[in-house]
Write a protein that binds this ligand. Structure first.
Ligand code: ATP
Length: 313
């Protein structure tokens, strides 16, 4: 058996007459790592994951999951895989322990009440055992979904947009949980349209757009290859600041919050750029340097920003 938990080769899913939901993608996921499919709404992330889960037949190509072909032999490995589907909602009228136990029975597992308690503790829901699922917050519902998906102690876990629509605190809670799951040895395939989430959690990222994988690599590799390594931020410099800077031949852009950003491609140029900027009379709140992020990589690859999975016009 291969060392990779997932091997995808030239996988495609086309719908008539001409929708190329997934259009020939390839990647592999080594055991014990977190891999993110990152892209806007409609990029083809869910279609990909559903092919890997044996739910949709590919138009062409191949997906090997735990060594078996996902489209023909998924039943053989079903019990070794956990799935949190997109927009997961637990059964309203069940309490968390009942929901987990119900799920365990569907898998035909001898899960005990103690096992259920341990799982709810793992996901941080012990305090909410007595609440009906419909009373749980959005983040708690996703935690319950993850507890259910962990009931069979999966070697591989699919999390399809686990944090979409949650507030910042709930997202951070789930990030910690995903890090714990990885530490426990489970391989995780995550889909997300949050760039910070992919950067924080992933060993490897595939940026997907219009059914294709544009680039693949660790967040560090992608940033150093496709981003400019460092930028100088002139906080609050605004349109006036941008004009002053560009008038002197320095390339810069303005962010939505009025910060002016000056990219520095080569670290050896930093001193010179800082000296030039210091010589300009600018009305700024502060001036600092920061490393680029996956957000900058995405912008340079796709040519537009992404907010809640929607590409800017
Ligand atoms: P989202 O976050 O919005 O779900 P996604 O990246 O998961 O985005 P997919 O749901 O995989 O994207 O959809 C990819 C493309 O395939 C979209 O244009 C979608 O409309 C199309 N598509 C998905 N399923 C079908 C189908 N059964 N028939 C026709 N087109 C489909």
């Amino acid at each position: 058996m291969s060392q990779n938990v997932i091997e995808v080769r030239d996988l495609a899913k086309h719908y008539p007459p001409d929708i190329k939901a997934v259009d020939g993608i390839s990647f592999s996921i080594p055991s014990g790592t977190v891999f993110s499919l990152l892209g806007p709404n409609g990029a083809g992330k869910t279609t990909t994951v559903e092919m890997l889960e044996g739910l949709r037949n590919p138009t062409r190509g191949e997906a090997l999951i735990l060594g078996v072909d996902a489209s023909t032999e998924y039943q053989r490995i079903r019990k070794r895989v956990g799935v949190l589907p997109q927009n997961f909602e637990p059964f309203d009228m069940l309490r968390p322990p009942e929901a987990v136990l119900y799920w365990a029975r569907l898998y035909d597992l001898g899960t005990s009440v103690k096992d259920v308690e341990r799982l709810l503790d793992t996901v941080g829901l012990s305090e909410r055992k007595k609440s009906l699922s419909k009373k749980l917050s959005g983040g708690e519902k996703r935690k319950l979904g993850i507890a259910m998906s962990l009931v069979n102690q999966p070697e591989l876990l699919f999390l399809d947009e686990p944090t979409t629509g949650l507030d910042a605190k709930a997202r951070r809670d789930l990030w910690r949980l995903i890090e714990d799951i990885k530490r426990g040895g489970t391989t995780v395939l995550l889909t997300t349209h949050y760039l910070d989430e992919a950067e924080k959690l992933s060993d490897d990222v595939a940026v997907m757009h219009r059914g294709k994988v544009l680039v693949r690599g660790s967040p560090e590799e992608l940033i150093s290859k496709h981003g400019k390594m460092t930028v100088v931020v002139l906080a609050g410099a605004g349109a006036d600041g941008l004009r002053e800077v560009t008038r002197r031949g320095i390339s810069a852009s303005m962010e939505d919050n009025g910060d002016v950003v000056v990219p520095v491609a080569d670290p050896s140029e930093m001193r010179m750029v800082l000296a030039k900027l210091a010589a300009i009379e600018l009305n700024v709140k502060s001036m600092y340097t920061r490393r680029q992020t996956l957000e900058d990589v995405f912008l340079s690859l796709v040519g537009t920003k992404m907010d809640e999975g929607v590409l800017a016009e």
